[in-house]
Design a binder for this molecule. Structure first.
Ligand SMILES: Nc1ncnc2c1ncn2[C@@H]1O[C@H](COP(=O)(O)OP(=O)(O)OP(=O)(O)O)[C@@H](O)[C@H]1O
Length: 847
């Protein structure tokens, strides 16, 4: 009955490997024994499966025995494991048994029993190097001395073998599952504790005493230790328990001392000990042979094995010594484990397994069977692997090195836990194949398959990344030298037109220079942007500051050209007015207009924005409103309607507010109040209703044809409306219709039903002086004819308040009383006259 591979943890769908796990051969089938005799079998080191080869009582073991103890070792001791009813001690004295075997001189057993006719068939078989077993006696070897039918005994043995196999198979599966569960804990235990961790109930039973077949309690024998109990147990139990003895790193003597066992148990323990050691030694010898063979093969350049060796690209590779050793990054190390048995690998398992089985199945099987303590082989493989590392490989190749480390880890990890590693073995080969073949170069492989380390975990054993990250360094690609870019030095574009010529005719080389009428101006900063212009602060060669307004327009659009010419004309007309920004120079050609003006510091919009959210300051409002109206008065007095008054069009030049931007300003004939525009232009927030409501105008056009046109009436009252809106904004924070958005704002302005709200309190609950309210209301009358003029606004109590002293008030009261005493009756007209007189005198008072 073969082991049930499918019953192993995680072994579903697996196929038993060839020549794998000799414990299946060691369970006594005779045909398997023949295999063992002709083919090297490497036993699995699991401690319950080392019963395939009988222990030799080596020189080591026998040397430790005293002569007396040697004498105590008799056949009965050695045959304790035999079924009592099948092999009788008396039968050992039967001469044919001894004569039927080839006695091998020099054999330990033979030396012990030399000359003793009671030698068993077991010894004889051992001497003949047959697969050892206490149940391998055949019918020709065993006879009953009383002449009983030998066949009966043989059948009993056979049936017993069968039952033992079944029993051991089931126990084996059970132990394996336990061991799988305890594997991690087992690593931290010593050999004896490890055994007790695996078979706690067995040890408990031994040391606490059990009831033997005779019904007597074994408590008295419990001090004899493990093997003492074996004498009273059945052969099945003996086999099982002998396999449960875990010597760990102890030799037999140490084991005896540790468990306080009598030296009489030494042969039995030694047998187990050497049983365990033998395959290791055999394996070591074989691997040494393998290494030597590989070395010869590689040195001769002919692998001879049919396995593809990977060429080493020495010209592109660096030795490990020349490469910086760096820690693997978190990402890369994680990738290793994440990719370990991930789907890509799983997908390639079948194909890779086929490759492996075709190319190097023999190698794999051999390695599979090898124990894991062969550090010599490992280091040899590691050296080869490192020598084949190509530093120019892509990032995926880096997995190769941590893989080697992981092999090492597994090598150590599985020294005490090596079971069923054939499946992960193939997986790991698959993993290697995936890493090496999947790296964009299937033709070149870093190492040959047969050089790969052979240890693999039965399952993907989780390894904390720190195991590798903290303790291991890996070769990485050397950082690439920084790429040196060629920088082309671009010379500044030289202007060759008349604008690019300096006063002496040389081309300008400074990118920020502009020439207006052969005067060079250097740009300093951008002051502001308009709808069609940019205004820069510039300086001339004398470092005098100017504002340069640059307007790009369609030189073929007559209206635009005429509009700019009109602005220039108005500015020239007002160039002597203090409240109008001064125009120094201008130049218009090729669709570009340059205006050189006096430079302001900041405009009124910037100031209002700066004060947004601050407490209401009546004096601030009064001052700026007066300054603003003074500017407008100058323009109006010059017979000009600005038409686009807004905070941004007032700039402070050295503390004096001045009006700018006469782009849509129009000169108004002296005899008219309003003019009509053919376009609706301006800034909606500050535009008067009359400037928004189109007036249907029928004018003459193209000779005798009359044409219906929309026109908008604008005049000086429109500028007063705009000034009223600016004062309103300074009080309430926004223009009168600022609460409306987009087109609704225009509709609200044009709609007389939408009244402007003049609140007596600001948003911050501050009282608004009555004089301000009256002034604003007078400026924002919908009827332009009823609005105050600029002069009236300037003379309003808000902008021109009366200031008196206490002395003036006392004198005023005294005079009023005295005047009333002389007059019996004072008419209303008389009061008005007197008031005007007082106010007139107040105007002359200099406080
Ligand atoms: N002489 C100056 N000194 C300082 N700043 C100025 C001067 N002229 C204009 N600016 C700034 O440039 C901005 C735009 O100027 P201006 O209003 O003349 O351009 P615009 O094209 O006519 O604008 P819009 O057509 O929108 O009225 C102003 O708001 C102001 O901030």
């Amino acid at each position: 009955m073969l082991p049930r591979y499918n019953s192993l943890p995680g072994s579903e769908q697996r196929q038993p490997p060839r020549n794998k796990g000799t414990w299946k051969y060691s369970l006594f089938p005779e045909h398997d024994q023949k295999k063992v005799s002709t083919k090297t079998i490497f036993t699995d080191d699991s401690d319950d499966e080392k019963i395939s080869i009988p222990p030799k009582l080596s020189n080591f073991g026998s040397a430790l025995l005293s002569e007396k103890e040697k004498e105590n070792i008799n056949e009965n001791d050695l045959f304790e494991m035999l079924p009592k009813d099948s092999v009788k001690p008396s039968s050992l004295n039967n001469e044919p048994y001894y004569n039927s075997v080839n006695h091998t001189p020099g054999n330990t057993y033979a030396s012990i029993h030399s000359g003793d006719p009671s030698q068993s068939t077991l010894f004889a078989q051992y001497r003949s190097h047959q697969q050892p077993s206490m149940t391998t006696m055949n019918s020709t070897d065993v006879q009953d001395k009383d002449g009983n039918d030998f066949e009966n005994s043989f059948q009993k043995i056979k049936s017993m073998q069968q039952s033992m196999r079944e029993e051991l198979t089931s126990r084996h599966a059970e132990r394996r599952s336990r061991r799988f569960l305890n594997s991690s804990r087992k690593e931290f235990l010593g050999p004896a504790k490890r055994a007790s961790a695996i078979f706690p109930e067995a040890l408990d039973r031994r040391f606490s005493g059990t009831t033997n077949s005779n019904g007597t309690n074994d408590n008295n024998n419990s001090t004899d230790g493990l093997l003492q109990l074996n004498r009273e147990e059945s052969p099945e139990e003996k086999l099982s328990l002998s396999s449960q003895v875990d010597l760990g790193d102890l030799n037999p003597v140490q084991y005896l001392k540790k468990h306080d066992l009598p030296t009489s148990e030494l042969p039995r323990i030694s047998r187990l000990y050497f049983e365990k050691q033998k395959p290791r030694k055999m394996e070591l010898a074989r691997l040494k042979q393998e290494i030597l063979r590989e070395s010869r093969t590689s040195s001769s350049g002919n692998n001879g094995s049919g396995v593809q060796h990977i060429p080493i690209r020495r010209e592109n590779s660096l030795s490990a010594a020349t490469q910086p050793r760096r820690k693997l990054s978190d990402t890369s190390s994680r990738n290793i484990f994440q990719r370990g048995f991930s789907s890509p690998v799983a997908r390639s398992v079948d194909s890779q397994r086929n490759i492996l089985s075709d190319k190097s199945s023999l190698k794999h099987n051999e390695y599979d069977s090898y124990p894991h303590s062969n550090t010599l082989l490992y280091s040899h493989r590691k050296r080869e692997a490192l020598a084949n590392i190509d530093v120019n490989r892509n990032n995926n190749d880096q997995i190769y090195e941590p893989e080697l480390k992981r092999y090492k880890y597994f090598d150590e990890h599985h020294n005490n836990n090596r079971n069923n590693d054939y499946e992960p073995e193939s997986k790991r080969y698959d993993l290697f194949e995936d890493h090496r073949n999947g790296n964009n170069n299937k033709d070149e492989k870093p190492i040959s398959l047969e050089r790969l380390p052979s240890e693999a975990p039965p399952v993907a054993i989780p390894i904390h990344p720190s195991v590798i990250q903290e303790n291991e360094f890996h070769h990485r690609e050397a950082p690439k030298p920084p790429v040196v870019k060629k920088v082309e030095i671009v010379e500044p574009e030289k202007r060759t037109d008349s604008k690019g010529k300096s006063s002496n005719g040389e081309a300008l080389t400074r990118r920020n220079a502009t020439t207006v009428n052969d005067v060079e101006y250097e740009k300093i900063e951008l002051l502001g942007r308009g709808g069609s212009s940019k205004v820069y602060k510039v300086k001339d060669n004398n470092n005098k500051l100017y504002a340069l307004k640059r307007v790009v327009f369609d030189e073929f659009d007559d209206s635009s050209v005429n509009g700019f010419k009109g602005e220039i004309e108005l500015l020239n007309k007002l160039k002597d007015k203090t409240r109008v920004v001064k125009l120094f120079d201008y130049e218009m050609e090729h669709g570009v207009l340059y205006l050189i003006m006096e430079c302001g510091d900041h405009d009124l919009s910037q100031i209002l924005n700066q004060r947004a959210g601050m407490p209401l300051d009546i004096e601030f409002v009064r001052y700026h409103a007066r300054e603003m109206l003074k500017c407008v008065k100058v323009v109006h007095d010059a017979g000009i309607v600005h038409s686009d008054l807004k905070p941004a069009n007032f700039v402070f030049v050295k503390g004096i507010l001045k009006i700018i931007d006469f782009g849509i300003a129009n000169a108004v004939p002296d005899h008219t109040v309003n003019i009509y525009r053919e376009t609706q232009i301006g800034t909606p927030n500050y535009m008067a209703p009359e400037a928004l409501v189109a007036m249907n105008y029928t004018g003459q056009n193209d000779g005798d044809k009359y044409k219906q046109q929309n026109r908008w009436k604008v005049g000086k009252p429109s500028d007063v409306w705009s000034c009223g809106c600016i004062i309103y904004q300074m009080i309430y924070g926004r223009p009168p219709y600022g609460g409306f958005q987009g087109q609704n704002r225009l509709l609200a302005i044009m709609n007389p039903e939408v009244k402007i709200i003049f609140s007596e309190k600001t948003a911050n609950d501050e009282a608004v002086p009555r004089s301000i309210l009256d002034t604003m209301k007078a400026c924002l009358l919908r009827n332009p004819d009823k609005r105050l003029t600029v002069d009236e606004v300037l003379d309003s109590p808000f902008l021109k308040p009366v200031m008196v002293t206490p002395f003036f008030i006392r004198d005023l009261i005294k005079n009023a009383v005295r005047y009333g005493a002389d007059q019996k009756e004072v008419s209303k007209e008389k009061v008005e006259e007197l008031a005007d007189d007082v106010l007139g005198k107040l105007a002359d008072i200099r406080l």
